[in-house]
Design a protein around this ligand. Structure first.
Ligand SMILES: [Zn+2]
Length: 310
């Protein structure tokens, strides 16, 4: 049996790997569809499907595949043109789900290829969804100038997320992390550059100060621009509040805790969770939020906060 499979067609990083295995003698051929096919108008022409045919021609020659052999081709769209070519050339082939040794081999070859491109080994080896788009995007954003050259930039998802606004600022790390630029550990209390942005959810990247060379954009990240804050207040205070009055409230920090005050300066509640920490950081830098009391029930109430001075 001759088997044909691909790997990496869904990886933001790198081209796509194509592998051929002769199960009779274990001869294996692997080649990459170059990134160019994902970075130029070639992508819209689906020219990578033609390139697959070229790879298979070279591979068949190399491992001596003759026309009497049975061929199994993976079912994906990657092989649409190959299937036509196999039929036209009277090969004995069928589409099927490829499992077993070839699947493993092609994945291994592709992993090795992206490791050679610079993706840290640990990034792939210990993660089930190693090639998830948003995970790889973080790695790319850690060194955008150099790493966007390794991306499938004609992808819609890259066009959508590849150049989104980021908050980039000096920070002191309160937890341990790994630098996505150099791959080394960042210790607690170290000065770092933090990059924050929001795609389908907020994301944070921390880099050693010396690992970041680009510009800073020292503004609160977009996910802090408009906030809905839910806090609990004491019964005694609630009776004094009128949810219909749209009264202005104020955020004020005290020891890294954010208090919410009414216009008489009375503390209505506080935020001491992660969000509170983040807000405190930016409040201490002089940024302010315009807050209004929106609604409450029992002793919960809702504050809408919108950033003022951007
Ligand atoms: Zn670093």
């Amino acid at each position: 049996m001759i088997q044909i499979d691909d790997a990496g067609s869904g990886s933001l990083i790198g081209g796509t790997g194509i592998g051929i295995l002769d199960t009779r003698n274990n001869k294996y051929y692997f080649e990459i569809i170059p990134l160019e096919y994902y970075q130029t108008e070639l992508f819209y022409q689906k020219a990578y499907q033609d390139y697959v045919v070229d790879i298979i021609k070279r591979g068949f020659k190399k491992i001596n595949v003759t026309k009497d052999r049975e061929i199994e081709v993976c079912q994906g769209y990657m092989f649409d043109k190959l299937r036509d070519w196999l039929s036209k050339n009277d090969y004995n082939w069928k589409s099927t789900k490829i499992e077993g040794p070839l699947q493993h081999k092609v994945e291994e070859s592709f992993n090795q290829y992206v490791i050679n491109l610079g993706l840290p080994k640990a990034f792939i080896k210990h993660a089930r969804y190693a090639f998830g788009f948003h995970r790889l995007l973080k790695w790319v954003f850690a060194d955008l100038d150099n790493r966007q050259k390794l991306c499938k930039t004609q992808w819609k998802s890259w066009q959508k997320w590849g150049h989104i606004e980021k908050s980039i600022y000096k920070n002191t790390l309160t937890y341990q992390d790994y630098c996505l630029k150099c791959g080394k550990k960042i210790d607690i209390n170290l000065d770092v550059i933090t990059i924050e942005y929001i795609t389908n959810k907020p994301a944070t990247i921390n880099l050693h100060k010396s690992c970041y060379k680009g510009q800073l954009n020292q503004v609160p990240p977009i996910f802090l621009h408009d906030l809905c804050l839910m806090i609990k207040v004491r019964k005694k205070i609630i009776t004094k509040l009128n949810p219909k009055s749209n009264q202005n409230l104020y955020l004020k920090t005290k020891e890294n805790k954010v208090n919410i005050l009414d216009n008489r300066g009375e503390i209505l509640g506080s935020l001491n969770n992660k969000l509170g920490e983040k807000l405190a950081f930016w409040l201490n830098k002089g940024f302010n939020w315009h807050c209004i009391l929106k609604d409450f029930s029992d002793n919960n109430f809702l504050v809408l906060a919108q950033i003022k001075n951007l």
